[in-house]
Design a protein around this ligand. Structure first.
Ligand code: IPE
Ligand code: IPE
Ligand code: MG
Length: 248
């Protein structure tokens, strides 16, 4: 039986998040420039988006560029931005064909105008698609997002729009860039790094974490199926004990 057939449809995550890491090392291993790794990363994105859509996953959030990534050498940042423009343009017909809706989270105003325009164009073109929602995290960092949310809430209290007592977990979530999107049940990180790097800190409170040694350009449909199977074999207890989960 192929590994895909072992996946139980009813137990799929609604929201899958991925930290796509290891492009630079993938390229270095081959004696290539880091940007070559980023270029090959686009193919892994294509496969992952396609597989997630085919399986019927509702949300896929991909960490593509962090706030901290602005501190990389200028030529790499420029290379990544032009790759982004190219990829959004070349992938839009495929997103349409596969009924994928594009969204973006992060400090989008800090992106170069060309990236923002392409992004907004494809977000609008795909806005009526009803299949997978693909969320690109761009110039995103969780602490930035949380601080922004705190400021918004504080100003609403100051203006008398809400009272202190109204602040709870749901209200806080509604002030985040992921508003309206359920928390990810599964977070995957490639490249062997076992850290979160400022990604969705609030949202992953109870996510299952899956780390693989593979560099992102080597990630593909089969690897996604493996991660999903691993996830489906876990017991999510949310603070309860095993018997409470199984006696339901
Ligand atoms: C992930 O790959 C892509 C981005 C962060 C933009 P890296 O570029 O971080 O690759 P490594 O981790 O240096 O190998
Ligand atoms: C995390 O990867 C950010 C993205 C994948 C976009 P990094 O390569 O920037 O993370 P660190 O620096 O290794 O923690
Ligand atoms: Mg990295």
């Amino acid at each position: 039986m192929s590994i895909k057939n072992k996946i139980i449809k009813e137990k799929l995550p609604t929201h899958l998040a991925i930290i796509m890491d290891g492009n630079g090392r993938w390229a270095k291993m081959r004696g290539e420039h880091r940007i070559v790794g980023h270029q090959h990363g686009v193919e892994a994105v294509r496969q992952t988006v396609e597989a997630a859509g085919e399986l019927g996953i509702s949300y896929l959030t991909l960490y593509a560029f962090s706030t901290e990534n602005w501190n990389r050498p200028k030529d790499e940042v420029l290379g990544l931005m032009s790759l982004l423009v190219e990829a959004i343009e070349s992938e839009t017909p495929t997103l349409m064909k596969n009924n994928v809706r594009l969204q973006a989270i992060g400090d989008l105003d800090s992106l170069p105008l060309e990236v923002r325009e392409k992004l907004e164009g494809t977000i609008s073109t795909t806005s009526n698609n009803s299949g997978l929602t693909l969320v690109l995290a761009l110039s995103y960092s969780s602490r930035w997002e949380i601080v922004t949310a705190v400021k918004n809430i504080a100003s609403q209290v100051q203006n008398g729009d809400i009272s202190l007592d109204e602040i709870d977990s749901d209200l806080f979530s509604s002030q985040l860039t992921t508003k309206g999107i359920p928390d990810p049940e599964l977070l995957i990180r490639t490249s062997g790094e076992n850290r979160i790097s400022n990604f969705l800190l609030w949202q992953i409170a109870y996510s299952e974490l899956y780390f693989t040694e593979l560099f992102w350009p080597d990630f593909n449909k089969e690897e996604l199926y493996k991660a999903l199977l691993d996830y489906q074999n876990r017991e999510r207890r949310f603070g309860k004990i095993s018997e409470q989960i199984n006696d339901k």
